[in-house]
Design a protein around this ligand. Structure first.
Ligand code: HEC
Ligand code: HEC
Length: 205
């Protein structure tokens, strides 16, 4: 029994070490917030990056760097990330993004007490045409994957778009598209239902 436990502990450790070893050196400063394999850390407001479309990740890094995102005085979490772009050479961004895109996608559990049917009908009516039927994203429409992202992050981004904290800069072409869409969602309860529906899809992947 002891040997078995030791073997399991060892192999878990080895797996962890392997995943770490696979990370590009340029990702090291990011792991403290976004996790060893980009799984995210809601306690630090840091979203999952694993399984996200690489060009979207690169665009967000460029947006934080230039101030298209994260420069609004009301955007505390965005300002934190904006400061972190100084730790990444722009030339290393494509490699980091490609590695993150290839990591296993997190599958957040849907919140209890939500109305999945309401979420489904709103999502399919107003979001799915761009973000995909299961929230898997649509790179052809520049629309990121949503079903890997934790509920608090999704809600904060939604509020940011709605209030113009994100997606207001004239050069932020794709953020502006999403800002217009944020206005189409009626209320907080509906957003909770939509998020639960998105997470329920991830569970079925
Ligand atoms: C101090 C913690 C911290 C560190 C270190 C950090 N980030 Fe972040 N990152 C955040 C937070 C917080 C957000 C969410 C910002 C928001 O809510 O708008 C974020 C957001 C992002 C996003 C946007 C994701 C999306 O779905 O739009 C990307 C991409 C990103 N970080 C990449 C990186 C990379 C690459 C590094 C390393 C060079 C890094 N981050 C280092 C805290 C951090
Ligand atoms: C017309 C296409 C379109 C529709 C419809 C749309 N979105 Fe988006 N959405 C986008 C694009 C494009 C982006 C990326 C913006 C950027 O690059 O900054 C985005 C980004 C987001 C983000 C930020 C994700 C992240 O990682 O930070 C969230 C959350 C989001 N959308 C939720 C929704 C929800 C919920 C709906 C339905 C009410 C919706 N979207 C409808 C195009 C759309």
């Amino acid at each position: 029994m002891k040997t078995l436990i030791a073997a399991i502990v060892l192999s878990t450790y080895a797996l962890g070490a392997m995943a770490q070893a696979g990370a590009p050196a340029a990702y090291q400063p990011c792991a403290a917030c976004h996790g060893a394999v980009g799984q995210g850390d809601p306690a630090q407001n840091a979203p999952a990056l694993a399984g996200q479309d690489a060009p979207y990740l690169e665009r967000q890094l460029a947006n934080f760097r230039s101030g298209l995102r994260g420069a609004d005085p009301a955007d505390t979490a965005g300002a934190q990330m904006r400061a972190m772009t100084a730790t990444l050479e722009p030339a290393a961004a494509p490699q980091v993004a490609a590695w993150l895109a290839a990591q296993p996608a997190p599958q957040p559990a849907p919140a209890q007490g939500t109305d999945l049917r309401n979420g489904e009908s709103i999502y399919h009516g107003r979001c799915g045409a761009c973000h995909g039927g299961a929230g898997e994203g649509n790179p052809g429409l520049n629309s990121p994957r949503l079903n890997t992202l934790d509920a608090a992050y999704l809600k904060r981004q939604f509020a940011n778009f709605l209030q113009g904290v994100r997606g207001s800069h004239p050069d932020d072409t794709y953020g502006r598209q999403m800002k217009m869409m944020a206005a189409t969602l009626p209320g907080e309860k509906d957003l909770d239902d939509v998020i639960a529906f998105i997470h329920a899809q991830a569970q079925q992947d």
